[in-house]
Design a protein around this ligand. Structure first.
Ligand SMILES: *[C@@H]1O[C@H](CO)[C@@H](O)[C@H](O)[C@H]1NC(C)=O
Length: 400
């Protein structure tokens, strides 16, 4: 049994030990060779290579170890041990070095601010071995409107959005994986700017003298708009008086505005304006407050409300519950109609690519008794490897 009958790799803190045992006659000489580069690494007790990371050890001259410290990608390849029998015996093994993915920051998009309706391209570049698989998705898990479909994940390095809309606003994750943990991701925030838009549920409000009334406006804008109310004459209405209370509620780029007018007086009838302004523009809308007769009997009120545009419930119920209804009345059907989601989406299969198989090797000097032996795959997880990119090393021995 004068050959490399049983060798395997051991990884300890990035040191690879290539072990050869069972050399029957202890005076046999053993050499280690790097096959790819035709380099002799060691002969018997002497390390020949200049590579300071490579060393040699042996026990009782039956077990021989080749040590590779601080394994690098350049160490990937075929290794051979030879025993000087006649004929010479040898065995080869492939050392696979894998590298977890990392994202190349300077080639990857960072946070972006764009105008609505422009084309946007987010790019993500990653390295690692094997080549990483890269995909984009939203951090909040929502679907992305993409090429007319709603998709949860976009495969590839580039996320190209044509005619970006406000619905695309959010945080995106570029995720790179190659089967070598850990996968890595980068956050890219996309902000979409657009001038204010405004919608008014009721442009005509009715109230009788002495009643409390509420006017409502919905706006959308990014950057966030400044919103306020004015009177007919354009005077800004100051909230917090006994007369007026202005309420504003934000939800992302949407705003709900409400102006409450207490104890409506004759002077209060007329037009009110809600205004929204941001750096890209300004818009306003007019709500008319008209007098209606004070309620006398229920019958007259029902007639009144059903034959006019006046909002239901203004009479006979002069304390409306604004807050409870505000969410429901937030009518964005007009604004978002063009983004109706109807596409179907199936998740792409996104498993990591397989680790490349090493090239098969031919050798005329292999021992028949070991040919066809099974592969020994030894995967050992290294510890204490912080700051080192080569977290995992996979070894695959092939008998030849
Ligand atoms: C945006 O992309 C679309 C599709 O590639 C293209 O037809 C259009 O010309 C682009 N628009 C601009 C402003 O670049």
């Amino acid at each position: 049994m004068d050959f490399c009958a049983d060798f395997h790799f051991i990884v300890i803190h990035f040191c690879v030990l290539v072990r050869l045992v069972k050399v029957q006659k202890i005076d046999r000489r053993v050499a280690w060779v790097r096959v790819d580069t035709q380099t002799i690494l060691s002969i018997h007790h002497n390390v020949i290579t200049q590579n300071p990371r490579i060393s040699l050890s042996y026990n009782d001259h039956r077990s021989w170890y080749l040590h590779i410290k601080n394994v690098q990608e350049v160490d990937r390849g075929w290794y051979m041990c030879q025993v000087n029998t006649d004929p010479m015996r040898s065995r080869q093994g492939y050392l696979q070095v894998v590298v977890p993915p990392s994202i190349i920051d300077r080639e990857t998009s960072s946070d972006m601010v764009v105008l609505e309706s422009t084309n946007v391209s987010l790019t993500c570049k990653a390295t690692g071995y094997p080549d990483p698989y890269v995909m984009w998705r939203r951090e909040d898990g929502d679907d992305i409107r993409y090429n007319g479909e709603n998709v949860n994940v976009v495969d590839g390095e580039i996320l190209f959005i044509t005619k970006v809309s406000r619905l695309h606003m959010g945080v995106y994750l570029c995720i790179a994986s190659n089967g070598v943990p850990p996968s890595i991701s980068k956050r890219v925030q996309l902000k979409v700017q657009f001038p204010p838009m405004l919608s008014i549920p009721n442009q005509l409000e009715g109230a009788y003298i002495g009643q409390d009334v509420a006017l409502e406006c919905h706006t959308e804008a990014f950057p966030t708009s400044i919103n306020y109310w004015t009177t007919d004459r354009g005077d800004m209405i100051i909230s917090g008086s006994d007369k007026y209370e202005a309420v504003s509620m934000d939800s992302g780029y949407k705003k709900y505005m409400m102006l409450k007018i207490r104890k409506v007086h004759k002077n209060d009838f007329g037009s009110y304006r809600c205004v929204a302004k941001n750096s890209l523009g300004e818009t306003d809308g007019v709500i008319k407050l008209e007098e209606i007769p004070a309620p006398t009997t229920m019958k007259s009120i029902i007639l009144q409300t059903s034959s006019s545009q006046f909002k239901k419930g203004t009479a006979g119920d002069d304390r409306r519950d604004y807050d409870a209804n505000s969410e429901k009345k937030f009518d964005d059907s007009r604004i978002s109609a063009e983004y109706d989601y109807d596409g179907e989406y199936t998740l792409p299969s996104n498993g990591p690519p397989p680790i490349d198989q090493p090239p098969t090797m031919q050798s005329g000097s292999s021992s028949p008794s070991v040919r066809g032996a099974t592969l020994i795959i030894c995967i050992l997880c290294c510890i204490n490897l912080i700051h080192h990119p080569l977290r995992y090393v996979v070894y695959r021995w092939v008998d030849i």
